[in-house]
Design a protein around this ligand. Sequence first.
Ligand SMILES: Cc1cc2nc3c(=O)[nH]c(=O)nc-3n(C[C@H](O)[C@H](O)[C@H](O)COP(=O)(O)O)c2cc1C
Length: 171
Amino acid sequence: MEFYDVVRKRRSYRVYKPDIPEEDKINRILEAARLAPTWANKQGMEYIVVKDPETVKRVWNAVGQSQKFVEAPMFIVGIISESGSGSNSNGIKYFPLDCGICFEHLILAATAEGLATCWIGWFNETKIQEILDIPKKFRVLALTPLGYPVKEKGEVKDRKPLEEIVHFDKF
Ligand SMILES: Cc1cc2nc3c(=O)[nH]c(=O)nc-3n(C[C@H](O)[C@H](O)[C@H](O)COP(=O)(O)O)c2cc1C
């Protein structure tokens, strides 16, 4: 799929078919995340691919938004530690940014593969850490269900116009 089509077609899907996506598709989207840039190329992001049906159910429970979702058959969970990234001269820590960049690569690649995702930022982190045996130093910053959409959504529309958000030369 052409890059700008991918960007337009990426939407947050909350209703999924029960079929698990093919292994080669999953591998390609993880590869897209692997190639993402990170602070000083520290590559601190790691991923947990969750397919075991019982574990998937427990992760949905830790997300706790079941009223909004028809549950996907699997998840990809992104984790990173503070020490897996760096900070700038103003003391701003970059691990959330590294996570965002890598995970958006993954999300866009999933879109290119015809798969449905939804960035999920609202979940019980402690529960996810426990369920997935994640070592304490890692923060869980992003996760997405992964599957096939029941119904394709339209392209992204509800965004501010460029005139509202772009400044030329000065604010
Ligand atoms: C960092 C982040 C966290 C999000 N967390 C949630 C979430 O917990 N639950 C949810 O239903 N959607 C979540 N979303 C999806 C947004 O609501 C969605 O991206 C936004 O409304 C725009 O819609 P679109 O993705 O279909 O273009 C999240 C999106 C981002 C980028």
